[in-house]
Structure formats: structure tokens, C-alpha cells
Write a protein that binds this ligand. Structure first.
Ligand code: SAH
Length: 274
């Protein structure tokens, strides 16, 4: 069936499994977090999501990935998905009727509640992606992501479907596929059991509004540089204190915006010396 979306992820694990082989149809994974990606380049998936922790979790059925090829909804003999910008200007704009048909296909078998199933267009005009948004997505049942190409998408279809626009940074990518993978990666690693060690997610940069402290490993001396003595002391309380002081120092130096938000969170009235 041409209109059938493609499913990724499987329950059976073969040692020879390659990332692209995650893309075969698999039994419905009841309850697992689901990502549906609307794209002109389904072959870009699972991409890096098929590797390492996210890839293993995909194989184990902790989440699933489905690509919906936008081209199949194209119009006319050439399956056109884009047209010239009304009012003139460079490039092409993705057609509202084509994108709407893809949204409708994605909405089959998904809850209508946007809290439970966000509908996102990745776009440089969107709200900046952050850890709180990744946490919100990871708590949903799944999400649908539209990857743009060309100059972007006709505004009316974004408004009609009340699409949430999310940016992964202040720069322009050629298409939304890399952005979609970034969104999914940051969300999937927050799903229980995806990260082997749940504590590592609790302590990471941004979780408490601060950047992470510097990390070290063996050898204790490398290229004439030693690791800070305190980390070798075995004194856990002092190590924790040192790490949190380092976090604060780094955040203050590198991200004054995060530092101000952190201070404000701890002391909203600003009447305390911090
Ligand atoms: N003309 C548009 C940019 C289009 S770039 C503008 O000036 O706003 C083509 C596609 O790449 C976009 O539709 C979007 O899906 C994706 N994209 C580009 N940069 C992005 C970013 N920083 N974050 C998320 N998606 C992005």
C-alpha cells in the first residue's frame, strides 16, 4: 500500500542488525513512546537515532519510529509538494494541501490531545528547544514532527492544525531532518530505562538550571596535567560541594542568561544575598 507509513524498530534482536534494518515493519509496540516523522527524506532515518543507547532502545521496543514520506501526498503527475512563494521571492514553499494530507495520515491512531501527542514543525522561527521541552515530549505518548525543506511551509496549514514550532538554534539548516533527530534524541533518552544509569540524566547540564561541572577519568596524570586533588580524596560530601561550586562558576562565566534564571528561581524577590 503506497499510503502506508513506514515503521521502524523491532522486538527481535539479531546480532547483524544494521540501523536501516530497524525500518522494517514490526508488531505494534503497545505503550511504547512513538515518534512519527513527516519528511521528504525518509532514508535519513533512523540516522544517528539507530546508534548507541537510542538505537538499542529502538530495537528493544522502548520507543518506535515511523517515517511518513511527504512525496506520496504530492499532487499531479510529478507529485509536487512545493510551489513558488505568493508575492514573489526566491525558493519554493511547501504546499498547504500536501502538508495537511500528511498531518491527517499521521493523526490516524494517535490521541487528539496535543498534550499527549504534540504536533511539531521544526523551524528556525520556533521556540528554542530546551531540556524542559524535551521532558514534556518524553512524558507524552508520542509526537509527530514535520521536517521542512526549501523556504518552509505555507503559514495557513500551520495555523489550521495549531502546530507548535520549535527551533534547535539560531542558524539555518537545509532541512528539518537533523532538527527532528535532535528533538527525538533528547526526548527518548529521558524515557525510563533508555539510559542505563538513570542518575546520569538527573545530574546533567540543564537539569538543575546549571551547566555541568568538569569531568575527569584515568589516567590521574596526563601530559603533565593532574586531576583536581579533591576528586581523589574519596570524601563524597566535599566532592559534591566542589562540583556544585564548579557548576556555578562555569554557568556564571559562560551562560549569564542561565545564571540569572537560576538566581531568580532560587530567590524570586531578589532580596537575599546569594
Ligand atoms: N526560509 C526559512 C528557512 C528554511 S530552512 C526561514 O528563513 O525561516 C528549511 C527547513 O529546515 C525549515 O523548513 C525547517 O524545517 C528546517 N530548519 C532550518 N533551520 C532550522 C532550525 N534552526 N531549527 C529547526 N529546523 C530548522
Amino acid at each position: 500500500m503506497a499510503n502506508q507509513p513506514k515503521s521502524h524498530g523491532r522486538l527481535a534482536i539479531r546480532p547483524s542488525l544494521k540501523p536501516r534494518e530497524l525500518m522494517v515493519d514490526r508488531p505494534e509496540l503497545a505503550g511504547a513512546w512513538q515518534a512519527k516523522v513527516i519528511t521528504l527524506f525518509p532514508e535519513a532515518f533512523p540516522g544517528v537515532l539507530g546508534l548507541s543507547l537510542t538505537g538499542r532502545a529502538l530495537q528493544e521496543g522502548l520507543w518506535s519510529l515511523e517515517t511518513i514520506d511527504l512525496r506520496q501526498f504530492g499532487v499531479g503527475k510529478h507529485k509536487n509538494v512545493d510551489d513558488t512563494p505568493t508575492g514573489g521571492g526566491a525558493g519554493m514553499v511547501m504546499k498547504p494541501d500536501v502538508v495537511a494530507a500528511a498531518f491527517d495520515a499521521a493523526a490516524e491512531n494517535t490521541p487528539p490531545d496535543r498534550q499527549d501527542w504534540p504536533l511539531v514543525y521544526v523551524s528556525p522561527r520556533g521556540k528554542p528547544y530546551d531540556q524542559a521541552t524535551a521532558e514534556r515530549y518524553s512524558r507524552a505518548s508520542g509526537m509527530t514532527i514535520l521536517c521542512g525543506r526549501f523556504e518552509g511551509v505555507d503559514q495557513r496549514v500551520l495555523e489550521h492544525y495549531q502546530v507548535e514550532e520549535i527551533s534547535i538554534g539560531d542558524y539555518i539548516l537545509t532541512g528539518g531532518e537533523i532538527a527532528a533527530q535532535a528533538l527525538i534524541d533528547a526526548s527518548v533518552r529521558l524515557i525510563p530505562r533508555v539510559l542505563g544509569n538513570t542518575e546520569s540524566a538527573m545530574e546533567e547540564t540543564f537539569t538543575h538550571g546549571l551547566l555541568e561541572h568538569p569531568q575527569y577519568t584515568r589516567p590521574t596524570e596526563w601530559n603533565g596535567r593532574t586531576v583536581p586533588d579533591i576528586l581523589l580524596s574519596g570524601h563524597h560530601a566535599n566532592i559534591a560541594k566542589w562540583r556544585s561550586a564548579q557548576s556555578e562558576k562555569l554557568t556564571k562565566e559562560r551562560r549569564p542568561d542561565l545564571w540569572r534564571a537560576y538566581l531568580n528561581d532560587r530567590d524570586p524577590d531578589g532580596d537575599q544575598e546569594l
